[in-house]
Design a protein around this ligand. Structure first.
Ligand code: 5RP
Length: 231
């Protein structure tokens, strides 16, 4: 296993130690979250009593395969703890997410959670957001006009496509624009501007959502805690 994978797994293992019996869990998406889901599955097989709400079809399939009982917002609307990955995170716990295209469900689950624990390898920790292009989920009907509005905001949007050149569709059958805004000096301002665009369904700026980040760095674990819990 290479160093990055070791860091991801170590971060995931540390986060899973925070799980307590009886919790309702949000199950994140991506390769780092997959380590956490597999570890939770091991603990369930050892007797841990938890249920999970997955943030993507892929995580749902993995959680089912490792034996985590699943539920949905039809049954529960408040999640105790969500463990999820990130594409970038700052020491202030500002995040870019959505590299896997799951940012809409991830944001819903994060917002419904009492605590959001972000797990990452050390490459993800950055002084400021923006080297990673911002993923934006867009209603197909509105995609060209949303792209125009993103350009008006100074962004350079690009339609996400697969290896065959076909547009990538999200679990909700929407499109993804990966938008280069350069280094994002004022993420709160940009998020507010994006939130006002009709047809833009979700963007990957996750601000004031993470309670904590657990980052694997070499053989160490770096933990960044939010000073104040969000309401
Ligand atoms: C998916 C996400 C992932 O959490 C993010 O892309 C990190 O993925 P990985 O752990 O594979 O690097 O936001 O939408």
């Amino acid at each position: 296993m290479d160093q990055t994978e070791i860091e991801k797994q170590a971060a995931a293992d540390h986060a899973v130690q925070r799980i307590q019996d009886g919790m309702l869990l949000g199950l994140g998406s991506g390769s780092t979250s997959a380590y956490a889901i597999r570890r939770i599955g091991e603990r369930v097989r050892q007797g841990l009593n938890v249920r999970g709400i997955p943030t993507s079809r892929h995580s749902e399939e993995l959680a089912e395969a490792v034996g985590i009982p699943l539920t949905s917002f039809d049954e529960e609307t408040r999640i105790d703890l969500t463990i999820d990955g990130a594409d970038e995170l700052t020491p202030q716990l500002q995040l870019i997410k959505g590299g896997g295209g799951a940012m809409l469900r991830e944001k819903i689950v994060a917002t419904a959670s009492d605590r959001l624990v972000i797990i990452a390898d050390s490459r993800k920790l950055v002084p400021a957001l923006g080297k990673f292009q911002l993923p934006i989920e867009v209603l197909p009907f509105a995609c060209p006009v949303v792209a125009r509005w993103l350009r008006d905001l100074g962004g350079k949007p690009q339609l996400r496509s697969d290896a065959d050149g076909k547009p990538v569709m999200t679990d909700q059958q929407n499109l993804v624009l990966d938008c280069d805004f350069g280094i994002i000096e004022t993420p709160e301002e940009l998020a507010a501007q994006l939130d006002r665009i009709p047809g833009l369904i979700a963007h990957g700026l996750f601000l004031r959502l993470a309670s904590c980040a657990i980052v694997g760095r070499g053989t160490e674990i770096l933990t960044i805690e939010r000073e104040m819990e969000r309401a």
